[in-house]
Design a binder for this molecule. Structure first.
Ligand code: ES4
Ligand code: ZN
Length: 326
């Protein structure tokens, strides 16, 4: 079997995926029309031509702007369903999806509409496509912790639909320790905890996320390569890193895929796997990330199998559920 065939066939989980990042230019235009919104672009191609990013912030500016077309429960349902169809195509059998309620409630979209639209699509995804899923509520770190605490309060009626909380948006100058209180509350409520750390920020932010926020899994975490000591600790404690190869190249964390440390991290015994992050913006869904890694880094079959296996092992499925796929 070729690597390509193996990539296509092997069951995998996606653990780092922003549902707002699956909003394709075409859907931006469809939803703008449905919701009577005037866009500053003539068509989807003109919007897509702007997807040329120099760093995380240059991406986030466009991403938050596009998000404005998401207004109704049906919009969130349609967005999520379209993503699940990509999962089916790529043999993603389980996904753990981030959503950013603050991006929507700040525009007057009710929390209930956001979460119900997403949730109903996830239920349909399990029934019709056999894809299991969990939801992770992310707090926006460029906003004060006070805002995150308000969002935590708004989330209370919906906690049964949420398995964890995360931390995303602009990393530089917004260290994890700013969110210690809201993460302590989520931990107290029994939720899983994750945080973006060491994407653009230094390895110290990974350490802070572990020591102060008490996270269960690190999102990105690639700048861990700057600390041998931290790599040893994370390997020993089996803390997973949800790595996003195309994202890292498109946001200029690495100037080309050949420089990506994914396989070095894997060979060092860290629990890393492949994820698509914001596939509508970064050039592809799960299998396109695998193919880009395959082309640039030339992984062995064993390495591909281990990356897929790590995605299952690092998921928040129960040990029994994991066994189905191992
Ligand atoms: C994100 Cl790539 C990335 N990093 C931080 N926050 C984000 N939100 C959506 N994509
Ligand atoms: Zn991300």
């Amino acid at each position: 079997m070729s690597n390509s065939e193996l990539i296509k066939k092997i069951p995998k989980a996606e653990l780092h995926l922003h549902i707002e990042g699956t909003l394709e230019p075409k859907m931006v235009f469809q939803l703008a029309e449905r919701n009577n919104i005037k866009l500053p672009y003539a068509n989807a191609q003109e919007l897509a031509a702007k997807y040329n990013f120099s760093d995380l912030q240059s991406f986030l500016d466009l991403y938050y702007q596009a998000t404005d077309v998401l207004q109704t429960e049906q919009d969130f349902f349609d967005l999520t369903w379209a993503y699940l169809e990509h999962c089916a195509e790529d043999n993603v059998v389980h996904c753990e999806i981030f959503f950013d309620p603050q991006s929507h409630t700040s525009r007057g979209v009710p929390f209930a509409d956001v979460i119900q639209g997403i949730h109903k699509a996830l239920v349909a995804g399990e029934e019709k496509l056999g894809i299991t899923s969990q939801l992770i509520l992310c707090f926006l770190r460029h906003l004060p912790e006070e805002d995150a605490l308000k969002t935590w309060d708004e989330a209370q009626p919906w906690l049964s639909l949420i398995s964890g909380v995360g931390l995303d948006s602009s990393e530089r100058d917004f260290p994890p320790n700013l969110f210690a209180n809201v993460f302590a509350k989520a931990k107290e409520a029994g939720l899983k905890l994750v945080a973006h750390a060491g994407e653009e920020g230094p390895a110290q932010y990974i350490e802070q996320a572990l020591d102060i926020l008490k996270i269960d899994r690190i999102d990105h975490g690639v700048r861990i390569t700057e600390s041998d000591e931290l790599m040893d600790r994370v390997a020993k404690d089996n803390i997973a890193l949800t790595v996003c190869p195309l994202s890292n190249v498109r946001l200029c964390v690495y100037s080309q895929m050949q420089e990506h440390p994914l396989l070095e991290l894997l060979d060092r015994g860290l629990r890393v796997m492949i994820n698509s992050d914001d596939p509508a913006y970064f050039g592809g869904y799960m299998n396109q990330n695998f193919h880009a890694v395959d082309e640039a880094l030339n992984p062995s079959k064993e390495q591909i199998i281990l990356l897929a296996k790590n995605s299952i092992l690092a998921s928040f499925l129960t040990d029994q559920e994991k066994q189905t796929w191992l």
